[in-house]
Design a protein around this ligand. Structure first.
Ligand SMILES: Nc1ncnc2c1ncn2[C@@H]1O[C@H](COP(=O)(O)OP(=O)(O)OP(=O)(O)O)[C@@H](O)[C@H]1O
Ligand SMILES: [Mg+2]
Length: 498
C-alpha cells in the first residue's frame, strides 16, 4: 500500500534520515521502532507531506507521489496522529474532530448539531465519554489524546500512522484503541504504529521495521522475536538491567521530608494523605484519571487545595505556591512537557537553568558561561542527543526533551522530586538512564515521588507505593508487597465489592 525508500533529510547540523526505507501492506499493522532521535517522527512528517525529503521516493499503491503540503497527502488517504497534539485548545471537542471538514446543512451553513452527533458516535465507538461541546483545553491529557485519535476515525483512511498514541493513555483505553485498530486492519487499512512500549508491539503488530540514526536496520515479522533481540537491534547492545539494582539498601528508618494530610482538590482528590521519605522512591499508582496528578500538583502548589495541609521541613501550609515549594527544594517534572514544562523556543541551556537561576547569576547578570557549562555536564551525564547547549528544545526528539526537563529539576531540587510519568515517550536505553538518575538522586537523600501508569516501572523502581482510585488512596504497599497484581487490585477494585 505504502512504500518509501532512500529517504534522506537533513536539518541544520543533523542528518535526521540517511536512507530509510519502509514498506507497509494493506491490512497490516507495522511497528516503526528505534531510539529517541532515530528519525521516526521525521519520517512520519515526510510521508504526511508536512516536510519534504531531500532525496527518496514515496509510493502510494503503484504511483510515485510527491506531496506539496499535508492537505494533499490527507486527500490521498494518509492520516497521521502526531506525537505532539495539534488540537486547538479554545475550540470544542466536536470542532476539533471536524476541523476543516465541518459538515454543512442544506443552506450551506456549518452544521454544529451534526458534527456533535457524529463526534459523539465516534467517541462512543472508542469507548470514551467526553462532552463534545467542551473546550479541548479543559480536558485531561488522556482525553485530548482520545480526541486526536477520533479525528482519524471520521472516514476510513488508507494509511493510518500513529506516533506514540498510547503515551498518555493506559489500561482500558489502550485496549479499546487496539480493538479499533484491529478492526481497521481487517478493513484493509495500512497502519504504521510507533511506540516505545515494547509489549504493545508484541501484542498488536504484524511486522516491524527498526531504524537507528536515520538508517534502516531491519524489517521482520514480530512473531518469533523476543524482547531481548528487539532491544539489541534498537539500542545496539543488550540491556541487562532496565531497573538498576540498589547499590545500598534504602534507609530502614528514613526521615519524613514531606507530609500531606487530608488533601482535597475539587472532585478529583477526596481527602488524601501521604508521606515522602528521604532516600526513598515512592510510587503513586492508579488509573489515568484517578487523581494522581492533581494530588501531586496540589502538594507542589500548582492546584489550589480546598482542604488539607502540606508540611515540608517542619513548616505547615494550608495554601502553598509553586514559588514556595521550589524555594523549599521541591522539583516537579510535569506529565505535559510541552504545555507546562519546557520553553520550546529556548535552547537547552536556558531550559536546564530555568528553575535554578541563582546558580547562573552573577550579580543581576545572567552568567552565560556557567549556564553553558552546566548544560554540557548534564548533556553528558544524561546522554542527551543534541548538538550542544545551544540546541533549541523544539528541534529535539521527544525522549530527549524529557531528559532536559528532568535535568532541570534534578538541579533545582534538594528535598523532593516529583516526577509525573517520567519515561513517557522515552526509549528503552534512555529509560534505563532515567532510572539510574532517579536512583542516584534518592541515594543522595532526595525523596522521590513517581507517578506512573506503567506497572513494570512501578514495581521495578518503587520502595513504597500508594495506589489511588477515584480520588482516594486505597492502599499502601511496602517492599515485597509491591507486585503488579496487588497494584491492579487496589487500582481497580470497584466500590460495591470493597
Ligand atoms: N525541525 C527540526 N530541526 C532540527 N532538527 C530536527 C528537526 N526535527 C527533527 N530534528 C532532529 O532529527 C532527528 C530525528 O528526530 P525525530 O523527532 O524524527 O526522532 P524520533 O525517532 O521521532 O524520536 P522520539 O522517539 O524521541 O520521538 C533528531 O536528532 C532531531 O533532533
Ligand atoms: Mg518522535
Amino acid at each position: 500500500m505504502l512504500s518509501v525508500s532512500g529517504i534522506r533529510k537533513a536539518f541544520p547540523g543533523v542528518q535526521a534520515l540517511a536512507g530509510v526505507k519502509l514498506e507497509v501492506k494493506a491490512g497490516e499493522i507495522h511497528a516503526l521502532v528505534g531510539e529517541n532521535g532515530a528519525g521516526k517522527s521525521t519520517l512520519t512528517r515526510i510521508i504526511a507531506g508536512v516536510e519534504s525529503p531531500d532525496e527518496g521516493e514515496i509510493r502510494l499503491g503503484e504511483a510515485v507521489v510527491q506531496w506539496h503540503g499535508p492537505a494533499q497527502a490527507k486527500a490521498a488517504g494518509i492520516h497521521v496522529i502526531y506525537q505532539e497534539f495539534v488540537l486547538f485548545p479554545h475550540l470544542t471537542v466536536a470542532e476539533n474532530i471536524f476541523l476543516g471538514r465541518m459538515p454543512r446543512n442544506r443552506l450551506g451553513l456549518l452544521d454544529h448539531a451534526q458534527a456533535e452527533r457524529r463526534s459523539r458516535e465516534i467517541l462512543d465507538r472508542l469507548g470514551v465519554s467526553i462532552d463534545v461541546r467542551q473546550q479541548v483545553r479543559l480536558l485531561t491529557v488522556a482525553d485530548q489524546q482520545m480526541v486526536e485519535i477520533a479525528k482519524a476515525m471520521i472516514d476510513t483512511p488508507k494509511v493510518l500512522i500513529l506516533d506514540e498514541p498510547t503515551a498518555v493513555i493506559a489500561g482500558r483505553e489502550v485496549e479499546l484503541l487496539f480493538t479499533r485498530l484491529r478492526r481497521l486492519r481487517e478493513a484493509g487499512v495500512a497502519i504504521i504504529y510507533i511506540s516505545h512500549r515494547l509489549d504493545e508491539i508484541f501484542a498488536l503488530c504484524d511486522r516491524l521495521t527498526v531504524i537507528k540514526d536515520g538508517q534502516w536496520i531491519a524489517t521482520q515479522p514480530v512473531a518469533g522475536m523476543t524482547r531481548d533481540t528487539l532491544i539489541t537491534m534498537m539500542v545496539g547492545r543488550d540491556l541487562a538491567h532496565l531497573f538498576p539494582p540498589h547499590e545500598q539498601p534504602p534507609p530502614a528508618q528514613p526521615d519524613v521530608v514531606l507530609q500531606a494530610q487530608d488533601i482535597h482538590v475539587g472532585r478529583r482528590v477526596l481527602g488524601c494523605s501521604l508521606e515522602l521519605h528521604a532516600g526513598i522512591i515512592t510510587g503513586l499508582a492508579g488509573m489515568v484519571g484517578s487523581g494522581r496528578s492533581e494530588l501531586a500538583m496540589a502538594i507542589f502548589g500548582g492546584l489550589p487545595m480546598e482542604r488539607g495541609t502540606v508540611t515540608i521541613a517542619g513548616r505547615s501550609f494550608r495554601t502553598i505556591t509553586p514559588g514556595q515549594a521550589i524555594s523549599l527544594g521541591i522539583g516537579f517534572v510535569t506529565e505535559d512537557r510541552k504545555g507546562q514544562g519546557l520553553a520550546m523556543l529556548q535552547p537547552i541551556g536556558a531550559n536546564i537553568s530555568a528553575a535554578s537561576l541563582e546558580t547562573v547569576r552573577r550579580g543581576v547578570m545572567r552568567d552565560g558561561r556557567r549556564e553553558w557549562q552546566i548544560a554540557e555536564e548534564d548533556i553528558a551525564s544524561y546522554q542527551i542527543a543534541c548538538r550542544g547547549p545551544g540546541t533549541l528544545v523544539s528541534t529535539m526528539s521527544g525522549g530527549n526533551q524529557q531528559k532536559v526537563l528532568i535535568a532541570r529539576w534534578a538541579r533545582a531540587c534538594h528535598r523532593v522530586l516529583i516526577l509525573d510519568e517520567p519515561t513517557r515517550g522515552v526509549d528503552v536505553g534512555a529509560r534505563a538512564e532515567i532510572y539510574r538518575i532517579m536512583r542516584g538522586l534518592a541515594a543522595r537523600g532526595i525523596a522521590i515521588l513517581m507517578i506512573s501508569s506503567e506497572l513494570p516501572e512501578v514495581v521495578g523502581m518503587s520502595d513504597r507505593v500508594y495506589v489511588m482510585r477515584e480520588g482516594s488512596i486505597t492502599g499502601i504497599l511496602e517492599k515485597d508487597e509491591i507486585t503488579e497484581e496487588a497494584v491492579v487490585d487496589l487500582a481497580t477494585h470497584d466500590r460495591q465489592a470493597a
